[in-house]
Ligand binder design. Structure first.
Ligand code: ADP
Ligand code: MG
Length: 302
């Protein structure tokens, strides 16, 4: 189990993290979310032992994770960290990068392992390509494969799919997270993408104002968003009579107390997002057809 106990940290005067605590069980998948600048990357770096804590302790099972004051080499053996800026060796091939930290003692096993990893990150056709010739997204996939090569007990991923295009993102996400679960590798992901979280995370931690605003299951947070910051992570929403209502929970009906005038329809593929005026405030709801500007609708919360 990972135990984070009352840790505080700041780069300058202002605290980036102020006395935060949480636990992650072995094999769990936890997402860290929060606005840009809320300290997600800093938290991952602290978990990896990149900086000395100003206060508090971090333990993985019985070993304490200590910063550079106490360690010559940053990052414990059992942990891997994939930074937002991944550092690879540009002049050697994808396969060589992935195998860089694997033992050469059993060459056949090593090759088999590299092939397995190339499959997980869907890079088989690029095995012999030099890393410097890859796109940003392909490099990110090499970095992910290299991080799981030696089967860490815990992996820290900072926005792991940020450079990967939508065509590849869905399948890579499924493949990587399935692999980590199967191998019981504890996984902590900093992200701002709800699709990284909803289907995969056991828990999600919301960072705000140097504190943990929430730490619970995605289902619980989605169903009971305590505030606008949390609701906005999941999608378009409205605040009606101080209640948060997602756009997909509002439907037009024949008559209701909520009378709105359509302003704009946005095509979203499987539905239209309709923007309307409700007593001078913008309201959003989902609908299966486009609606004309100026049309009167009555809305009902389903
Ligand atoms: P996030 O990953 O959530 O966007 P970060 O952890 O990168 O947030 O940053 C948290 C805060 O710490 C921000 O205000 C950022 O400007 C500041 N910060 C991050 N890295 C450094 C650094 N190396 N030196 C000084 N300030 C930093
Ligand atoms: Mg970051």
């Amino acid at each position: 189990m990972l135990q984070v106990k009352n840790i505080s940290f700041s780069y300058k005067k202002q605290a980036v993290l102020n006395n935060i605590s949480f636990n992650v069980k072995a094999g769990e998948h936890v997402s860290i979310i929060g606005e840009s600048g809320s300290g997600k990357s800093t938290l991952l770096k602290l978990l990896y032992g990149t900086y000395d804590l100003h206060k508090g302790h971090i333990f993985w099972n019985n070993s304490e994770i200590l910063g550079p004051k106490h360690n010559l080499i940053i990052g414990p053996e059992f942990m891997k960290y994939v930074a937002q800026e991944f550092d690879l060796m540009p002049f050697i091939t994808v396969a060589e990068n992935i195998g860089a930290f694997l033992s050469n003692f059993y060459p056949e096993e090593k090759q088999a392992r590299i092939n397995e990893l190339l499959d997980v990150v869907e890079l088989k056709p690029f095995a012999k390509t030099k890393v410097k010739e890859l796109s940003g997204g392909q490099k990110q996939r090499v970095a992910l494969a290299r991080a799981i090569a030696k089967q860490p007990e815990i992996i820290l991923l900072d926005e792991p799919f940020s450079h990967i295009d939508n065509f590849k993102k869905q399948s890579l996400r499924r493949s990587l997270f399935k692999y980590l679960k199967e191998k019981n590798i504890t996984c902590i992901v900093a992200t701002h993408d709800k699709d990284d979280v909803l289907s995969y995370s056991d828990n999600m931690i919301v960072l705000h104002d140097a504190k943990i605003m929430a730490n619970t299951t995605p289902q619980e947070l989605y169903n009971n968003p305590e505030n606008k910051l949390i609701a906005s992570f999941f999608g378009e929403f409205n605040e009606i009579n101080s209640k948060i209502i997602y756009a997909n929970q509002l439907k037009p009906v024949d008559r209701s107390d909520l009378k709105a005038i359509v302003k704009q329809s946005y095509y979203k593929g499987s539905f239209y997002l309709i923007e309307a005026d409700l007593n001078g405030e913008n309201v959003f709801f989902e609908h299966d057809v486009q609606l004309k500007k100026g049309k009167t609708v009555f809305l009902y919360q389903v």
